[in-house]
Design a protein around this ligand. Sequence first.
Ligand SMILES: Nc1ncnc2c1ncn2[C@@H]1O[C@H](COP(=O)(O)OP(=O)(O)OP(=O)(O)O)[C@@H](O)[C@H]1O
Ligand SMILES: [Mg+2]
Length: 254
Amino acid sequence: MIKFFNNESVDTPLIEHATMTLAARAGITVARTQIVRLVGANAIAIRRFDRERGRRIHCISAGTAIRAATAAGAAPELGYPELARILRRVGVTQDDSNRRDARELFRRMVFNILIDNTDDHEKNHALLVVSPFENGRLRLAPAYDVLPTNSGQGYQEFVCGAHGRDSTLENAMSQCEAFGLLPAEAAAEVAHVIDVVNTWKEHFAQAGVTQRDIASLAERIDSDELLGQRTGFDRARFQSPPAKRKRPSPFRRT
Ligand SMILES: Nc1ncnc2c1ncn2[C@@H]1O[C@H](COP(=O)(O)OP(=O)(O)OP(=O)(O)O)[C@@H](O)[C@H]1O
Ligand SMILES: [Mg+2]
């Protein structure tokens, strides 16, 4: 796939490439990207994940998966926790990839919040249908369309947790159990993503993004709201309580 420059105020193709490669550093599986230098502008080439040796791999959007899993008449909860529950339920279980997919989805949510990618709507997440004629199980497709939105809207398009779509780490942490994570495990994921996002400026500069564009993106990514969350995150707050002492069995011989 090729996406062209569309007269945005910043070099969007180059910024998308820089963001996708930064996401990879944060442990996110991304579609492979490459910059195509055209006369006067950059374009981005994205390797399709729904083709394999010329054959099509069936994919569905997160919205379709969530709606299909919602009882008739009920309102679908279009968000990360619900998608994580679906992945854990109908993911590939033999090698634990369902659990790894749910964990990665948590990482993607945190990355999107911190890098100001608020455009994480139901069609910007996809699932690969694994062996559709055998079991129809689902795997998380590589991430795509991940780049700062520069909207400053303060909320995501996908529900993140108990505070709905709020772009906060508090919200991301609030339903970590839906992703199969203990609070301490989720907090470790957040801390790792923070470490990677803290390097965004150098990474973008290395990818060739101009200082002018970096300064423009910094207005959001390094704003009080987002930088404040990176510096203010206290991992220690989420340490798991000590394991409860097991009650002795009443059948235990004394
Ligand atoms: N690497 C890929 N392999 C297969 N399909 C893809 C890939 N990347 C994107 N798509 C599909 O193409 C659609 C459009 O791509 P993308 O989201 O990158 O474009 P966009 O114009 O930025 O979209 P938006 O409307 O979200 O702004 C996606 O919703 C997805 O269905
Ligand atoms: Mg899109």
